[in-house]
Design a protein around this ligand. Structure first.
Ligand code: FAD
Ligand code: A2P
Length: 265
């Protein structure tokens, strides 16, 4: 395997790796002392390519801004240029990390509201793994609803364990008590809640299940992260509820970011 050598200026050391399924893993790396980021942002990370040039991809930072390490939650694409190699990293290996965080899934890009909806599929959970561990999330909202949909139950496990761990978190535990609602669903395996995020929103099922009013622009804010098709479908639904898309430069009622760039897009 080709990994970055310690002589590279942007090299960081892997501290732990967890494999969740044959398609998903997470890992933690050392954090450059100078790196400041806002919970929810992404950076470019990668390995040295066979041609001696860095092979970099966008990755959401899954850890919160206050964490002394950085965490990432990753897909394993069997013949993916980066992840076919990245999936084999071990503690002590080095990766390249360009310390230039950017992104729209940040609190500053939303107007104040009562409820925050975090809507994701697959590895789109990653930026929310950061925001769920961010105190500002609970300072700003009365309720935080985390919807995450995967094909199978095993693909929800990283998110499930992360949400469970928040209860005992010394920083977040007390702040999030009674505020965080976790609503995971599957689409291709039996589970206590089923169905696409889009279907559960547009049918009103999630509002009925949780005893919440239908989303409205006065009270609800949302952050969206999934495939391009997911993002397009969710955006249309949120706009149907009267919410307007915002950005860092123009805070509004919801923001969207791609979890990955799909084939041919
Ligand atoms: P690529 O050549 O990049 O991708 C090959 C194909 O694999 C793609 O065409 C697509 O069909 C599929 N694919 C790629 N990424 C995913 C994915 N995450 N889920 C499902 N299918 C995928 N990936 C992560 O795993 N975790 C992240 O936190 C993450 N954050 C991202 C943030 C942004 C803003 C963007 C644009 C992408 C993000 N990605 C993330 C995707 C990531 O940049 C790479 O595409 C991914 O690591 C695969 O790299 P690769 O070189 O192996 O394959
Ligand atoms: P489904 O099983 O009905 O396709 P994937 O693994 O393909 O990235 O999908 C992750 C999850 O996102 C799956 O549960 C999938 O549901 C769901 N999904 C895929 N496309 C959309 C979409 N356009 N709108 C809502 N959910 C979607």
């Amino acid at each position: 395997m080709n990994v970055a050598t310690p002589t590279l200026p942007d090299a960081q050391t892997v501290t732990s790796v967890t494999h969740w399924t044959d398609r998903l893993f997470s890992f933690r790396v050392t954090r450059p002392q100078s790196l400041r980021f806002r919970s929810g942002e992404f950076v470019m990370i990668g390995l040295m390519g066979d041609n001696g040039k860095p092979l970099l991809r966008a990755y959401s930072i899954a850890s919160p801004a206050w964490d002394e390490e950085l965490e990432f939650y990753s897909i394993k694409v069997p013949d993916g240029p980066l992840t076919s190699k990245l999936q084999h990293i071990k503690p002590g290996d080095q990766i390249i990390l360009r310390p230039k965080p950017v992104g729209t899934l940040v609190h500053d890009a939303l107007l104040p509201g009562k409820r925050l909806w975090l809507l994701s599929t697959g590895t789109g959970f990653a930026p929310f793994a950061s925001l769920l561990r961010e105190p500002e999330t609970y300072e700003k909202y009365e309720q935080v609803i985390m919807m995450h949909t995967c094909r199978e139950v095993a693909e929800l496990e990283y998110g499930r364990q992360l949400v469970e761990s928040l209860t005992d978190d010394p920083l977040i535990g007390e702040m999030m008590a009674g505020k965080l609602i976790y609503y995971p669903t599957t689409t291709r395996e039996d589970f206590h809640h089923k169905g696409r995020v889009t279907d559960n929103l547009s049918s009103g099922k999630v509002f009925g299940d949780l005893g919440l009013p239908t989303m409205n622009p006065a009270e609800d804010r949302a952050m969206v992260c999934g495939s391009l098709a997911f993002n397009i479908d969710v955006k249309a639904i949120l706009e149907g509820f009267g919410l307007t898309e915002g950005a860092n430069s123009d805070p509004q009622q919801f923001v969207v970011e791609k979890a990955f760039v799909g084939d041919g897009i």
